[in-house]
Design a protein around this ligand. Structure first.
Ligand SMILES: NC(=O)c1ccc[n+]([C@@H]2O[C@H](COP(=O)([O-])OP(=O)(O)OC[C@H]3O[C@@H](n4cnc5c(N)ncnc54)[C@H](O)[C@@H]3O)[C@@H](O)[C@H]2O)c1
Length: 360
């Protein structure tokens, strides 16, 4: 693998919107040690602002950016969700590795087309799931891998966040079936990913949704019961209609030999940690693995992108590669299909008949 002069990878970014600064700060941090080459956004003002801030050339056409900078190693796609497939497929022929923000896409067929394009052109495709890198989540995952929970019984995720109408009105794509989806696809896809990562493959979902406070096409509130292939159960609750402020983003894991609750606004604080077989390090776990967060996006982008870099440079499997991103989209598709059918059971992979998610 080629390396830039600072021994890191050379990055380009497509999309200079809200989440962009997290990526730019992470790419140029000492942990990722990346070299930012160029940035593009259809909106010249946004592209220019970031280009000038980071001292790199900026473009309004990502094809021009890719053509002018053959030295790019990785391109980071931060565009609206409904365009991820189109943009990844258009970028794949340049043969660079690609990181795409979550959710990978809105339809499983789009994920398949993205994977096929990446494979055809020899690119690795990574999907951002930075919450897997929260310190509290890392600790719980280690406990799972060391079989400290024993047989899993019940997993619960809760996303009780606040979004106002201004958030939805700031861009045309937000809150639409075609390009965004509602709280499940946009905000809670992270928490669903965590639930599946800890509890295993999903067998069936039963989901109900509502639009209670927002003037949007899609749901602002959702609940679901999830049955896992292992026989364990899951509870999923997500809303952006929490008032007056964010309440929590949490994960509870109950197993035959122990229970863990990670709460805080962004799955960042260990609230409960108790196993039948105690270990000396358990005493320190709350302090050692809880983190304060500046906002609900948390601190995970730096370790996530650092791990992507190491995976590319060392040629080893990455943190969340395309097939894991696809799995998340197939669970989302099942939730939306179940909700569209009024809560009937749906298996991930079942044909989409009623759901409008990703409909263009
Ligand atoms: N990981 C996280 O915690 C997290 C948080 C927020 C958003 N996201 C995801 O990031 C993505 C972007 O979200 P956002 O909030 O930054 O949206 P945004 O609307 O603020 O920014 C998207 C940007 O993409 C640009 N764009 C659209 N088409 C383009 C093209 N062809 N070429 C270049 N630029 C183009 C738009 O002009 C806009 O500036 C979404 O998929 C969202 O789900 C992830």
């Amino acid at each position: 693998m080629t390396r830039s002069s600072n021994n890191g990878l050379r990055w380009a970014v497509v999309g200079a919107g809200r989440i962009c600064e997290k990526h730019l700060a992470a790419i140029t941090s000492e942990f990722v040690n990346g070299h930012l080459v160029a940035i593009s956004d259809l909106d010249a003002e946004k592209a220019r602002a970031k280009g000038e801030k980071y001292g790199v050339p900026w473009y309004t056409d990502f094809h021009e950016m890719m053509r002018r900078h053959p030295e790019i190693d990785v391109v980071d796609v931060l565009t609206p969700t409904g365009y991820h497939a189109e943009h990844v497929i258009a970028l794949a022929p340049y043969g660079k590795h690609i990181v795409v923000e979550k959710p990978m896409a809105l339809r499983v067929s789009d994920c398949d087309a993205m994977i096929a394009a990446a494979e055809k052109h020899g690119c690795r495709l990574f999907v951002v799931k930075q919450n897997r890198f929260n310190r509290a989540v890392v600790a719980a995952r280690r406990a799972l891998e060391e079989n400290r929970f024993g047989k899993m019984v019940l997993g619960t995720v809760r996303v009780r966040w606040r979004r106002d109408q201004k958030y939805y009105d700031q861009a045309d794509w937000r809150g639409t079936w075609a390009l965004d989806g509602g709280v499940m696809a946009q905000q809670a896809s992270h928490h669903l990913d965590l639930l599946q990562w800890f509890m295993g493959e999903v067998e069936t979902v039963h989901c109900r949704t509502a639009t209670r406070l927002m003037n949007i096409e899609v749901e602002d509130t959702a609940v679901a019961v999830i049955a896992f292939k292992s026989g364990a159960l899951g509870v999923f609750e997500a809303t952006v209609a929490t008032r007056p402020e964010d309440l929590e983003g949490s994960l509870s894991l109950l197993g035959e030999k122990g229970s863990v609750i990670i709460g805080g606004p962004a799955v960042n604080l260990i609230k409960h940690w108790k196993f039948d077989e105690e270990r000396p390090e358990d005493e320190e776990i709350h302090e050692a693995f809880s983190q304060d967060v500046p906002n609900i996006y948390g601190h995970g982008h730096i370790p996530y992108l650092a791990d992507v870099s190491r995976a590319i440079l060392d040629g080893r499997p990455g943190p969340v590669e395309a097939y894991e991103g696809r799995k998340n989209v197939s669970i989302l598709a099942a939730l939306y299909e179940s909700a569209a059918q009024g809560g009937t059971p749906v298996h991930p992979g079942d044909p989409v008949k009623a759901s409008r998610l990703g409909e263009r």
